[in-house]
Design a protein around this ligand. Structure first.
Ligand code: F0G
Length: 340
């Protein structure tokens, strides 16, 4: 039914708020038996790739755009590593308002670029990284500095608790600009105050090693990672993310690109879920913590699979072999099948 309708009571919605809706939210919380067994835990993936623009960004964007319209604004602008731009462009298209997006030139996954262009946004490629594009956007009203984005994103936590009937023991999440981890923490806390859950999770944030300012505790001037969605050196919501981790007795950890790509393959081939590289940082981290004997046996863990794997076909194809080509004869087919 869409986030605004589903969680109307918990959101800052008035009679004057337009009913913006692309049927976002209510994404599946998928139990992953094979990966759970490998790790000795109960592991669920919240597949945010099922949102209309293919990432979690739609949860906050729907509210941000609705409030912008309510306030009389008639255009939106954002800086993005790709998903925010796709989401902003989609909601702007649905409402018939112009959308301007600033992207780091050459560092956005193909699918995300195709989306922003197809939805009809004006796409501006900045010869610099995301952090610089965000500075330039300045009045970037739909970036996660926009409070409505983070409020809308709380709905992910509410859905998890509604489905599980409790909060998980650990909440594992990739961290880039650090908005989503902060939003989830606020969402869990709100449910706790309302008495809907009686325990809060530990917030476990995962960054890519080449873009890990929250792990190293200093800005990273030249962030670099294959997980382009989280290729961010100076997260805007760093203070909120630090508070979430310290209040929940959680941790920030980093993983290498190689570990991220390995986790992406495991999630697809043992879980049946194809998520984009950034989304696989948490699984990479859990695998690493298991190896370090820091993953408690039997706990319930939810990981947020923030974006759809289809958004970045280039990275996926560089990791897997080519299809086996055969002539159109039964003989050829039998030969191939017997090889297996
Ligand atoms: N995963 C994906 C797929 C993302 O696109 C992002 C952020 C994150 C994780 C990190 O979330 O920034 O709230 O800590 N993407 C932003 C964008 C920066 O522009 O699309 P965060």
């Amino acid at each position: 039914m869409g986030v605004l309708k589903h969680y109307r009571e918990l959101l800052p919605i008035t009679d004057a708020t337009p009913n913006v809706n692309l049927e976002e939210g209510s994404t599946p919380l998928i139990y992953l038996p094979r990966v759970s067994e490998r790790l000795g835990i109960r592991l669920y993936g919240k597949f945010e790739g099922c949102n209309p623009s293919g990432s979690f960004k739609d949860r906050g964007m729907v509210l941000a755009v609705a409030k912008a319209l309510e306030e009389g604004k008639r255009a939106i602008i954002c800086a993005s590593t790709g998903n925010t731009s796709a989401s902003a462009a989609a909601y702007a298209a649905s409402q018939g308002i112009p959308c301007f997006v600033l992207l780091p030139a050459g560092k956005v996954a193909l699918g995300k670029l195709a989306q922003a262009l197809m939805y009809g946004a004006k796409v501006i490629a900045v010869k610099g990284n995301f952090d610089r594009a965000l500075e330039l956007a300045g009045c970037a009203m739909v970036n996660s500095v926009n409070p409505y984005r983070l409020i809308g994103q709380r709905s992910g936590a509410w859905e998890i608790c509604d489905v599980l009937g409790k909060a998980p023991d650990w909440h594992a999440i990739p961290v880039g600009n650090a908005g989503n981890i902060s939003a989830y923490w606020a969402g869990y806390n709100e449910y706790h105050k309302l008495g809907k859950i009686n325990k809060l999770p530990r917030m476990m944030g995962f960054q890519a090693e080449g873009a890990a300012p929250l792990v190293t505790n200093k800005p990273c001037p030249n962030p670099e990672t294959i997980a382009t969605a989280i290729r961010i050196g100076n997260p805007v919501s760093a203070h909120l993310a630090r508070a979430a981790v310290s209040e929940s007795n959680g941790e920030f950890n980093s993983v290498t690109d190689e570990e991220i790509l390995n986790a992406q393959k495991i999630l697809a081939s043992e879980g049946g879920v194809f998520a984009e590289p950034a989304s696989c940082a948490p699984l990479a981290g859990l695998i690493k913590l298991k190896w370090l004997e820091k993953l408690p046996e039997g706990i319930t863990v939810t990981m947020i699979l923030t974006g759809n794997g289809l958004k970045d076909p280039d990275t996926a194809m560089s990791q897997v072999g080519k299809p086996i080509e055969i002539n159109d004869t039964l003989e050829d087919l039998m030969r191939v099948l017997e090889c297996r």
